[in-house]
Design a protein around this ligand. Structure first.
Ligand code: CP
Length: 305
């Protein structure tokens, strides 16, 4: 596997073999993080966040710091020259003068691809509007792999906002390449998976009722209704509480179900689920840092261990 100098913009930018290589490296980091504490010494990571973030930005920064490198950037566009009208292309050209690798989140679909075309350093898409979020997918798949020992031969329920949820789109595209993956898409009619994502799946069913789907699932991927992507507040208010997972509902689920959520959550998982051993969402966010360490190392050509 040689990812040196590459960008990561979409989930299919990585082959299955390359993803497996990243997971293997992440598992080595988890088992002996001290062995990796200076592999990126002298390297700089820039974070360009035009949209709010807690986990993605801070886990990337923590990842680089834990590899012995350093991180800098902006967390809102109003503090950058974007506020004066600078284009994404000019901003990334600027950043490439200062940093060895960059991470960008932007509210517009396709913004990361546009930036990558002007970037002389590896650029990682940390979410482009309601399109893709490929490093969340690495996080999600690593979490499942760590628990089950493999990916494939699995029934995965995706529940909530499947229309605007970029984590859902990325996860489906990447996961559909493994054998024996069956998807159960659980959403209101207005929030169904878009056609370009639907086309990637070989085996899927669409339902509206979470309770009906729950007993068959090995993984339940809950998602927040993406308020920021709605055109009007009335529709958001009508749909926002379509699904609320709680401890009572989980009584009908498999004993080894994995409940995942990219977070942040609003109402869609009640806090009485948090102590259930099937709740994996807090472990999931920690795994995100480790797989991002593996990704940074690999894009900088430091992944050959
Ligand atoms: N999962 C995720 O993208 O979280 P943040 O929005 O906090 O980065």
């Amino acid at each position: 596997m040689n990812l040196q100098g590459r960008h990561l913009i979409a989930p299919l930018d990585l082959s299955v073999a390359e993803m497996e290589g990243l997971f293997a490296l992440a598992e080595r980091i988890i088992s002996a993080p001290e062995d990796f504490s200076d592999v990126c010494k002298g390297k700089l990571l820039a974070t360009l966040f035009y949209e709010p973030s807690t986990r993605t930005r801070l886990s990337f920064e923590a990842a680089m710091l834990r590899l012995g490198g350093r991180a800098f950037g902006f967390s809102e566009p109003s503090s950058s020259s974007a506020a004066k009208g600078e284009s994404i292309a000019d901003t990334i050209r600027t950043i490439a003068c200062y940093a060895d690798i960059a991470v960008m989140r932007h509210p517009k679909e396709g913004a990361a691809l546009v930036a990558a075309q002007s970037s002389s350093v590896p650029l990682i898409n940390a979410g482009d509007g309601g399109h893709f979020h490929p490093t969340q997918t690495l996080t999600d798949l690593l979490t499942i792999r760590l628990e089950r020992g493999k990916l494939g031969d699995i029934t995965v329920g995706l529940c909530g906002d499947l229309k605007f949820g970029r984590t859902v789109h990325s996860l489906i595209c990447a996961f559909a390449r493994y054998s024996g993956v069956k998807f159960v898409l659980i959403s209101p009619d207005e929030l169904r998976v878009p056609e370009y994502v639907r086309a990637e799946m070989n085996d899927f069913a669409e339902v509206r009722d979470l309770n009906e789907a729950l007993p068959d699932l090995d993984v339940l991927y809950m998602t927040r209704v993406q308020r920021e992507r709605f055109f009007n507040e009335e529709d958001y208010i009508r749909l926002k509480d379509s699904y609320i997972l709680n401890a009572a509902k989980l009584r009908n689920a498999k004993p080894d179900l994995m409940v995942l959520h990219p977070l942040p959550r609003v109402n869609e998982i009640a806090t009485d689920v948090d102590d259930d051993p099937r709740a994996f969402y807090f472990r999931q966010m920690k795994n995100g840092m480790y797989v991002r360490m593996a990704l940074i190392m690999s894009l900088l050509g430091k992944g050959q261990f």
